[in-house]
Ligand binder design. Structure first.
Ligand code: TRP
Length: 329
């Protein structure tokens, strides 16, 4: 039983890229690990301090996590701001986080470049807060993609520094959870790159069928293969990657054969792909709609998660205070 932590910023609805890139694996991971999955609402304030939809986004992510099959009994599903121990450890850890390393962090430099009008201290200390999310449960594994590697390295630096400074072996140094072969990178259907909300090319898990059809039919293609068995250009490979995750093996094979003997009609492929995405997301869409109506269930799930997260976090805070030498008079 390893302790696993993962957080997601509540910026909107979850898309197929989120599902195949993480969520699907979370559902499996929760069977064999002690998983803490949380919604990083404090983190989203670093870039959106006055978000109109903060509350609604938090609720949607929780509902979509539940709809995807995360089990609030097996996992600890919680909202970051429900755990006051997190800001306490954030304060303590900020005392050993150096300005230089925070300023050198790639994500910080990116944000400074892109949003020079809002370079706040929370943005600078984003890596400290993320380290706290992980260390507060003394986690060993963090399922993160490439874009979060540096944050995870900084987490290890902070943990090691804490241990060294106070001469303890308290915080484990967390490493990336490796999904290995199973991880499928979901492409955007607009040519190149991955599916993402900010890329504007996402198909959402709760998207209605008409809208899914429209998006898929607009996907880029080319003029078609002219030689049998030729290599697929990226835009075409992208469509096949999507087919490979939502369609049956037969369907995939049918279009692959058609591509290889140059008889493929991309219109037919896209029609089929759209219907298969709709069918694939249907149970999810229905479950999320049903859950959204059940305020009581949602708040019970959130409360249970907060309770479990706080029990673990309180233990860490108690130990950290003792180690640092904070005592009640
Ligand atoms: N920074 C992560 C992201 O943008 C979100 C996050 C916050 C996180 N705290 C975390 C991920 C702790 C893993 C563990 O995707």
């Amino acid at each position: 039983m390893e302790i696993v932590v993962s957080g997601i910023r509540p910026t909107g609805n979850l898309h197929l890229g989120n599902y195949f890139g993480a969520l699907k694996n979370f559902v499996q991971m929760q069977e064999q690990n002690n998983c803490y999955f949380f919604i990083a609402d404090y983190h989203s304030l670093t870039t959106h301090p006055k978000s109109e939809n903060l509350h609604e986004n938090v609720k949607n992510v929780l509902v979509q996590y539940l709809a995807a099959g995360l089990d609030p009994e097996k996992s600890t599903l919680y909202v970051q701001s429900d755990v006051p121990e997190i800001p306490e450890l954030y304060l303590l850890l900020n005392m050993i986080a150096y300005l230089g390393e925070l300023e050198r962090c790639t994500s910080f430099k990116d944000k400074v470049r892109k949003h020079s009008n809002n370079v706040n201290a929370g943005l600078l200390t984003y890596p400290t807060l993320m380290a706290v999310d992980i260390l507060i449960h003394r986690a060993a594994k963090v399922p993160v993609g490439k874009d979060q590697q540096q944050h995870l390295e900084m987490t290890r630096d902070f943990a090691a520094r804490f241990n060294r400074l106070y001469n303890v072996d308290y915080f484990p140094l967390p490493t990336a959870f490796n999904f290995g072969e199973e991880l499928v990178k979901i492409p955007g259907l607009d040519g190149s790159g991955k599916m993402g909300k900010s890329e504007g090319n996402a198909i959402y898990l709760t998207e209605d069928p008409a809208s899914i059809r429209k998006k898929v039919m607009k996907a880029l293609t080319d003029s078609g293969p002219t030689e049998p068995n030729s290599e697929k250009p990226e835009v075409i490979q992208n469509l096949f990657t999507m087919l490979s995750v939502v369609s049956s093996l037969d369907t995939y094979q049918f279009f692959d054969d058609a591509y290889n003997n140059c008889s493929i009609r991309y219109g037919d492929l896209k029609k089929q792909l759209a219907e298969d995405i709709i069918a694939f997301t249907a149970p999810f869409r229905e479950k999320a709609a049903e859950l959204l109506k059940d305020e009581q269930y949602i708040s019970r799930a959130a409360r249970l998660g907060a309770e479990k997260a706080r029990a673990s976090a309180a233990q860490t805070i108690k130990n950290a205070r003792e180690i640092i030498g904070i005592k009640h008079l």
